[in-house]
Design a protein around this ligand. Structure first.
Ligand code: NCD
Length: 304
């Protein structure tokens, strides 16, 4: 039985297969409409979510399966003091697979060690978010036609942005990726990502404060929201939240075939005027997230 806790739980070949399956689902959705008939997905969300939870649920419905779960910690027995370990054992009696989001780093890992069914990490604190990474990789592959030989800029909250951490980890497996890390000083990428992923894998990277300077070089721009909920201090959040705002003016120096990604939700960091630019891919990325989650659920449930 397999779980997905960290994107590195999947080999590059497996990621390729998931992308291929997702592309086939996009082309032939009817082929997949009964693949998970009789199966149940439990969505255990201890933290707010729109896309991730609803895309997991839509994915399971589109596979012919069913969904149960909760969308806030307050409506679960966690509010009575139940541990993640016990909740996972209990839910294993009702469902065939779990998608869990939790504010504590490592909670989905603990769940996977105690559940008797596969567990998918749907975001753990400021740590990892592997299924968003699968959506990002599918989007890059569909937009650029490749997952190697490109320059990607990560812009915004690189400290707490778990989607950034997981995507950098995944990209370290591909050839000739250059990474430009664009953030305010207070929100730079954590040292462990720099040391254990970037330096260890010989990935070319630079850190800068300036989105404008990085722009002309980028093939992919990954914008992120400043993660207010992880700040200790409201004043710091207010000071940093509008550090970067992507607008049409800043895009004047960008490549014509730039792909702009954002895991969403957006607050202010991309002006709505950019939505109509053909380089904006973030709403396609949302749709891709549903298809790759369909592929992932089938894989972990060992559905052929
Ligand atoms: C992201 C998350 O939850 O980490 N959202 C998502 O799942 N698409 C990004 C964010 O909240 O900023």
């Amino acid at each position: 039985m397999r779980s997905l806790i960290d994107i590195k739980d999947l080999s590059l070949e497996e990621i390729d297969e998931l992308i291929e399956t997702a592309n086939d689902i996009i082309e032939n959705p009817e082929k997949y409409s009964q693949k998970c008939k009789g199966k149940k997905l439990a969505t255990l969300f201890f933290e707010p979510s729109t896309r991730t939870r609803l895309s997991f649920e839509a994915a399971m419905y589109e596979l012919g399966g069913n969904v149960l779960g909760f969308s806030e910690a307050n409506s679960s027995s966690a509010s009575k003091g139940e541990s993640v370990a016990d909740t996972s054992r209990v839910v294993s009696c009702y469902a065939d697979i779990i998608a869990m989001r939790h504010p504590k780093e490592g909670a989905p890992l603990v769940a996977s060690q105690n559940a008797s069914i596969p567990v998918i990490n749907a975001g753990d604190g400021g740590h990892n978010h592997p299924t968003q990474t699968l959506a990002d990789l599918l989007t890059i592959k569909r937009e650029k036609g490749r997952l190697d030989n490109f320059c990607i800029g990560f812009c915004g909250d690189l400290k707490f942005g778990r989607t950034v951490h997981s995507l950098i980890s995944a990209l370290s497996g591909y050839k000739n990726i250059k990474i430009i890390l664009i953030s305010p000083n207070e929100l730079v990428i954590p040292d462990y990502i720099k040391e254990e992923i970037l330096i260890k894998n010989n990935i070319e990277f630079v850190e800068t404060r300036s989105l404008e300077e990085a722009m002309p070089e980028l093939d992919v721009l990954y914008m992120t929201r400043v993660q207010g909920e992880r700040f200790f201090n409201e004043a710091d959040y207010i000071r940093l939240r509008d550090s970067y705002i992507l607008d049409l003016h800043k895009l004047e120096n960008a490549k014509k075939d730039l792909a702009i990604l954002h895991p969403l939700p957006r607050v202010n960091e991309i002006s709505v005027a950019v939505d109509d630019d053909k380089r904006a891919c973030y709403f396609k990325q949302v749709l891709n997230g549903k298809f790759i989650r369909m592929a992932l659920i089938m894989k972990l449930l060992e559905v052929k």
